[in-house]
Design a protein around this ligand. Structure first.
Ligand code: FAD
Ligand code: FES
Length: 266
């Protein structure tokens, strides 16, 4: 993924594709490449695609997955098998026919600060994988990852190969530091840092504590259930300090304060 040329503008397109590779990363995750028919697709980190099996009515809705990388016509994704849709996707062989809608959403901007900290809860790392090649060289990147622990070693190893500076935290203490990624982030951030987070809502809410460390630039990428991905169904609406927003078109990347800063429930 590079930032040359314009990111995709206008409404996301519906495209046909087929699985070019599908590799398990331990028991929980899959790294998948999908070859698009015809057009290649320009997208920026933080944007996502709705992905579904072509010609299958159940499940009907595409599942949103963040774009991890792209090379020519092949788009790469990283996903956790969490329910019916992703379990089905994980069993499909190379060559299986898919439909993709995207790229959707706003994606991440160029960081304002030179020190960027990417905080991820498990698969929350997916939209961050392309960040090192997307940011200009002035930006020093540290990734802070949290995983449950045992069984997640192949996933952690895969992620570690993609960041020169990565701090690993696990709930059971079996991989890296024993603890959660928010506590770890608080050890390293200050005024000169910019922090981006992606993961469970409780983690993102807790990340607001970086403000107490003087860090006032905090963005989060939200995950909500989605149907259309184009802003039409309102299924992904959230309440924010500046009114109702649709995560699929106004996000998924928001300023932390806009989402969690007020007394409203999102
Ligand atoms: C913009 C965006 C980008 C995403 N990128 C990735 C990614 O790169 N990799 C990845 O593994 N996952 C990602 N997700 C989450 C992923 O879309 C869900 O895990 C997936 O849709 C679950 O579908 P399912 O049919 O397997 O599970 P379901 O049977 O639908 O649900 C299984 C469990 O997941 C929860 N869930 C379902 N949909 C979502 C959702 N959209 N967000 C949060 N929880 C959900 C359900 O409440 C349930 O507990 C992303 C979500 C969004 C909105
Ligand atoms: S998924 Fe339909 S408006 Fe966002």
């Amino acid at each position: 993924m590079d930032r040359s040329g314009d990111p995709m503008k206008g409404p996301p397109a519906d495209r046909r594709g087929s699985i070019s590779f599908s590799r398990p990363l331990g028991d929980h995750c899959v790294h998948m490449g999908i070859e698009l028919e015809g057009l290649s697709s320009k997208a920026i980190p933080g944007q996502f695609f709705l992905i579904r099996e072509r010609g299958v009515l159940d499940p009907l809705l595409g599942r949103p997955l963040a774009l991890v990388a792209s090379e020519g016509n092949v788009l790469e994704f990283l996903f956790r098998v969490s329910g019916r849709g992703t379990a089905r996707l994980a069993t499909l062989p190379p060559g299986a026919a898919l439909e993709l809608r995207g790229p959707c959403g706003n994606g991440f901007p160029e960081p304002v600060r030179n020190e960027l900290v990417l905080v991820a809860g498990t698969l929350g790392i997916a939209p961050f994988i392309g960040i090192p090649s997307f940011c200009s060289e002035r930006v020093r990147i540290t990734a802070v990852l949290g995983v449950p622990g045992k069984g997640w070693e192949p996933f952690v190893e895969w992620c570690s190969e993609r960041f020169t500076g990565i701090r690993i935290n696990s709930d059971d203490g079996s991989i890296g530091r024993h603890g959660d990624p928010v506590e770890d982030t608080l050890l390293i951030v200050g005024q000169r840092h910019e922090v981006w987070g992606c993961g469970p809502e409780a983690m993102l809410r807790g990340l607001g504590r970086v403000h107490e460390k003087g860090c006032d630039r905090l963005l989060v990428s939200l995950e909500k259930r989605m149907a259309c991905g184009t802003g039409g169904c309102l299924g992904c609406s959230i309440r924010t300090g500046s009114g109702s927003k649709r995560v699929c078109v106004d996000g998924p990347v928001f300023e932390w304060r806009q989402v969690f800063g007020g007394s409203h429930e999102i």
